[in-house]
Design a protein around this ligand. Structure first.
Ligand code: NJP
Length: 243
């Protein structure tokens, strides 16, 4: 069926697993991120399994580039049903280290990236009176962890923005909104950490069995596959072994 879903951060981790699952379930997935090569190889992988995928490279911090993702998707498929705002970064550090460039990058990608996605798709979803917006927030929206003051703040912003969107859009336009709040998931997310103290703490966690990206993809599919009368607000999902 004609179910067109834009997924940001589709080149890796949760976004990639979600694209594969949704394509397997019959959606037309629009893959976006900065790494064109990775997106193209994912597109090929999906097509090799008889799925449908389309690549539009974009940096989520670039409002115009995101608008182009939407324009190109509409040109290709004629509609958009859902947006999954998944792109994110987690360069953790203690505040006193004043890694202000990293703070700004987190605000730009984790918060403004979500706002850019929503502003780009909303006119289409409002016109068709329906659809889903899924925002990947975090367990970090619900509690602080060491080195996470700014990251937790960005993910709290995403969670609260999601609830505001839901209250404004779901009753009026039938656009359902979900905040997904994972604990530790086995992806490349920690690669952006530059702070040595934090890196050490993270490696101490390595004995724990974490979630797989597929577990989050399943949670996203659960939210997307509900009948329109059902809005899944928050999915707070953590590894059994995580404190
Ligand atoms: O991480 P990773 P995850 N413009 O590093 C993209 C949240 N989360 O899958 O641009 C566009 O494998 C990047 O693509 P590229 C987390 O906060 C995770 O774990 O090609 N895209 C890549 O595809 C995040 O919101 C955990 O480099 C940009 C993707 O983002 C989401 O899950 C726990 C971009 C990152 O893939 C997915 O992260 C949790 C930009 N400017 C929440 N910058 C966890 N893993 O434990 C980055 O609570 N990307």
């Amino acid at each position: 069926k004609n179910n067109v879903i834009i997924i940001t951060g589709a080149s890796s981790g949760i976004g990639k697993a979600t694209a594969k699952l949704l394509a397997k379930k019959g959606a037309k997935v629009v893959l976006t991120a900065r790494s064109t090569d990775k997106l193209n190889s994912l597109k090929k992988e999906i097509e090799d399994s008889q799925g449908e995928a389309y690549v539009v490279t974009a940096d989520v911090t670039d409002k115009k580039a995101f608008e182009t993702v939407v324009t190109k998707t509409l040109e290709k498929y004629g509609t958009i049903n859902s947006l999954i705002n998944n792109a994110g970064l987690m360069p953790l550090s203690f505040v006193e280290k004043l890694k202000t460039d990293e703070w700004n990058t987190m605000v730009d990608v984790n918060i403004k990236g979500v706002l850019n996605g929503v502003s780009a798709v909303l006119p289409t979803l409002i016109k068709k009176k329906g659809g889903n917006i899924i925002n990947i927030s975090s367990m970090a929206a619900n509690r602080y962890f060491p080195g996470g003051a700014v990251y937790c703040a960005t993910k709290s912003a995403v969670k609260m923005f999601s609830e505001g969107l839901r209250q404004e859009l779901a009753p009026k336009y039938g656009i359902n909104v979900t905040s997904i709040e994972p604990g530790a998931v086995d992806t490349n997310l920690t690669d952006t950490i530059t702070d040595e103290d934090i890196k050490e703490k993270m490696s101490a966690m390595q004995n724990m069995t974490t979630l797989e990206a597929d577990d989050i993809a399943n949670a996203i599919y659960y939210a997307l596959s509900q009948p329109n009368r059902v809005n899944i607000n928050d999915v707070y999902i953590v590894p059994s072994e995580q404190q």
